[in-house]
Design a protein around this ligand. Structure first.
Ligand code: ATP
Ligand code: PAF
Ligand code: BAL
Length: 285
C-alpha cells in the first residue's frame, strides 16, 4: 500500500494507473476505521482495479459546537487496517493540503440539506459536498463508495453527481452492524457501556417498523408513533428526529411506498447516533 499526503503526488500516481487502463475506486472516510469502512473497501474491490481510501477529518462539515477537535483519530491503527483490507493507495492529506487558503468557492446543497440531519447540523452537507467534490476531482475515480448508514449523505452525493454532471458511479453499501444490532460508527467510542446497551433500541425499533410494514401497515403516523414510543421507553435516549422520507429526494412521504426510508437520529448522553432502514411494503395485496 502506498501512503500519500500530497495532492500532486496522488494525481501523478493515478494518472499512470489510468494510462495502464486500470479503473479507480474511491472510499472516502474520516478514519478511525471499523468493519463498516472496510466493507466499503470490499465493495470497491469487486468493481475497481485500484482502491484509493482517503482519511481526512474535514473541518468544513463540523459546526462550531461539534466534535471536530475530539473526533477519534488513530493513524497507525488505520494504516494497518487499510493495508490488511487491500487498499492500494491511502490518501491522508493535512488540512493545509486540502484547504491551503480560505475556500472562496464551495458546493451549496439546497432542499435536501435542510431536512433530517441537516436541520440540526446547519452547513454540514455543504461541507460534505464540498470536500467530496474536491476528492472526486483529485482522484477522478470511476466509482466511489459510501455507506447507507449515512443515508442523507449518500442521497445528496448521488444528486450532486447528477446535478453537476459528474462522471462517477456513486455506490451505496449496506449498513454493517455490531452483533447487538448497533450500527458501527466511529462515534460509538464515545458511548459508555450503559449507553451502548441502550442504543441497541435503534435497530430494534427499525426492525419493529419493518415488521409492521410487512404485516401490511401503510400509515406512516402509526409506524412513527410505534418507533417513537419504543425509543422513548429507553430513558437514556433523547430523540432528535424520527421521520419517513423518500429515499432519493428526502422529502416527507404520507404513505409507505417501495422508495420509503425510515431515518432517525437519537442522542445517548452527548453522543448523537443515526440509523435507518428502507420500508418495503410486500407486493401482494
Ligand atoms: N456501519 C457502517 N456500515 C456501512 N458503512 C458505514 C458504516 N459506518 C460508516 N460507514 C461509511 O463509511 C464512510 C466514512 O464514514 P465516517 O468515516 O464518517 O465513519 P462513521 O463511522 O460514519 O463516523 P461517524 O461516527 O463520524 O458518523 C461513510 O460513507 C459512511 O457512511
Ligand atoms: C464522506 C466524508 C468522508 C466526507 O468528509 C464523511 O462525511 C464521512 O466520513 O462520511
Ligand atoms: N459520517 C458522517 C460524517 C459526520 O458526521 O461528520
Amino acid at each position: 500500500m502506498v501512503i500519500i499526503e500530497e495532492i500532486a503526488a496522488l494525481k501523478t500516481l493515478l494518472q499512470a494507473k489510468r494510462r495502464m487502463g486500470q479503473t479507480i475506486g474511491l472510499v472516502p472516510t474520516m478514519g478511525y476505521l471499523h468493519e463498516g469502512h472496510l466493507s466499503l473497501v470490499d465493495h470497491a474491490k469487486a468493481h475497481a482495479d485500484v482502491i484509493v481510501m482517503s482519511i481526512f477529518v474535514n473541518p468544513l462539515q463540523f459546526g462550531p459546537n461539534e466534535d471536530f477537535e475530539r473526533y477519534p483519530r488513530d493513524v497507525k491503527r488505520d494504516t494497518a487496517l487499510a493495508e490488511r483490507a487491500g487498499v492500494d493507495v491511502l490518501f491522508m492529506p493535512s488540512i493545509r493540503e486540502m484547504y491551503p487558503q480560505q475556500q472562496w468557492v464551495t458546493v451549496a446543497v439546497t432542499g435536501m440539506s435542510d431536512v433530517l440531519c441537516g436541520k440540526s447540523r446547519p452547513g454540514h452537507f455543504d461541507g460534505v459536498a464540498t470536500v467530496v467534490m474536491k476528492l472526486l476531482n483529485i482522484v477522478r475515480p470511476d466509482s466511489a463508495y459510501f455507506g447507507q448508514k449515512d443515508a442523507q449523505q449518500v442521497a445528496i452525493i448521488r444528486q450532486m453527481a447528477v446535478d453537476l454532471n459528474l462522471d462517477v458511479e456513486i455506490v451505496a453499501c449496506p449498513i454493517v452492524r455490531e452483533p447487538s444490532g448497533l450500527a458501527m460508527s466511529s462515534r460509538n467510542v464515545y458511548l459508555s457501556d450503559a449507553e451502548r446497551e441502550a442504543a441497541t433500541v435503534l435497530h430494534t425499533s427499525l426492525q419493529r417498523a419493518a415488521l409492521l410494514v410487512n404485516a401490511g401497515e401503510k400509515d406512516i403516523s402509526r409506524i412513527l408513533s410505534q418507533v417513537t414510543e419504543m425509543i422513548q421507553a429507553q430513558p437514556r435516549a433523547q430523540i432528535d428526529y424520527v421521520e419517513v422520507v423518500d429515499a432519493a429526494t428526502l422529502q416527507p412521504v404520507e404513505v409507505v411506498a417501495q422508495t420509503s426510508l425510515l431515518a432517525l437520529a437519537v442522542y445517548f448522553g452527548k453522543t448523537r447516533l443515526i440509523d435507518n432502514c428502507r420500508l418495503e411494503p410486500s407486493e401482494k395485496e
